[in-house]
Design a protein around this ligand. Structure first.
Ligand SMILES: NC(=O)C1=CN([C@@H]2O[C@H](COP(=O)(O)OP(=O)(O)OC[C@H]3O[C@@H](n4cnc5c(N)ncnc54)[C@H](O)[C@@H]3O)[C@@H](O)[C@H]2O)C=CC1
Ligand SMILES: CCCCCC(=O)/C=C/C=C\C/C=C\C/C=C\CCCC(=O)O
Length: 264
């Protein structure tokens, strides 16, 4: 897929993975509408990026994605500013085991709702132009991670939702492709818990520096996935040093061995 001129809706774009993907897409000639919780940071980033890429290339709106009404208004505003949306990236997420409801609301419900808004808008069988819906999941979407069980549950939910929609036999008629980005750890604010309790057994948590994925590798793999329209697979796994690859759904055996399996 040529990304030039593509119209992108992205949640959680003011920092971390979302910001890196947004800047890469703008450099490829795409136009991006992004939202995040923090209004001031978002506004100043919008101004900075408009200076660099042009005033009609990037738009920001403050939005709490866990609020259904705000998310709908924000998506509708994106359609009105961009004309339409070709690529929807549900990226916003949090990791805090003390906040179970918030974690499920932001990581699972909001990504599911964002996907549904995008699907309704994109469906060719209902007058849309087709498109791609990308949910930024995590490797925790298909494997257990004992430090963050609630976070892991939220990511499993999105993987189940996304792979299920992708199996709809009428999807080619709808003209929509689905992707789950299942990435290991990238060095963003998220992986540095600052308060006791954000993780279970935090005292045993050691950042796995050897496994960390460089932001540049994440971005390159993400763009590779976006350009590749040939694959039917939904899960795109990014581990360090692999450059990213499509795979079937995985299970992890009790002995820790991870096996690719086909679910159909
Ligand atoms: N950093 C990592 O190692 C990994 C991150 N991920 C996922 O990638 C996504 C982005 O994570 P990072 O960039 O690392 O985290 P981050 O903490 O740097 O950025 C999170 C973004 O989500 C936004 N956000 C959070 N709650 C929101 C809400 N209620 N409404 C609107 N926006 C909200 C924040 O404003 C921020 O822009 C998350 O879904 C995360 O679970 C997945 C695997 C690994
Ligand atoms: C393999 C899990 C990657 C989880 C990435 C993620 O979504 C958020 C990470 C935030 C902090 C780090 C949390 C958990 C553990 C990190 C590495 C575990 C490596 C062990 C393994 O089972 O592979």
């Amino acid at each position: 897929m040529d990304l030039t001129g593509k119209r992108v809706f992205l949640t959680g774009g003011n920092r971390g993975l979302g910001r890196a993907i947004m800047e890469a897409l703008l450099s490829e000639g795409a136009r991006v509408y992004f939202c995040s919780l923090q209004a001031e940071k978002g506004k100043s980033l919008e101004a900075e990026l408009q200076d660099r890429h042009g005033s009609s290339s990037v738009f920001f709106r403050q939005c709490d994605v866990s609020d259904a009404d705000q998310l709908k208004k924000t998506f509708d505003d994106a359609v009105s500013k961009l004309g339409w949306v070709d690529i929807c990236i549900n990226n916003a997420g949090i990791m805090d085991e003390r906040k179970m409801e918030d974690t499920i609301a932001v990581n699972a419900v909001a990504q599911i709702r964002g996907s549904q808004l995008a699907l309704d808008h994109m469906r060719r069988d209902r007058g849309g132009r087709g498109g791609v819906i990308i949910n930024v999941v995590s490797e925790t979407g298909f494997k257990p991670v004992y430090w963050v069980p609630v976070y892991t549950a939220s990511k499993h939910a999105v993987l189940g939702f996304t792979t299920s929609w992708a199996k709809n036999p009428r999807m080619s008629e709808m003209g929509v492709r689905w992707r789950c980005v299942c990435v290991g750890s990238v060095d963003t604010d998220m992986i540095h818990p600052t308060e006791e309790g954000q993780m279970v057994d935090q005292s045993t948590f050691v950042i796995p520096f050897a496994l960390l994925i460089e932001m540049s590798e994440y971005v390159a793999a993400f763009l590779k996935m976006l350009r590749d329209q040939a694959h039917d697979d939904v899960i795109f796994e990014i581990q360090n040093g692999t450059g990213g690859r499509f795979r079937k759904r995985q299970i992890v055996d009790s002995d820790g061995v991870s096996n690719p399996v086909t679910v159909d």
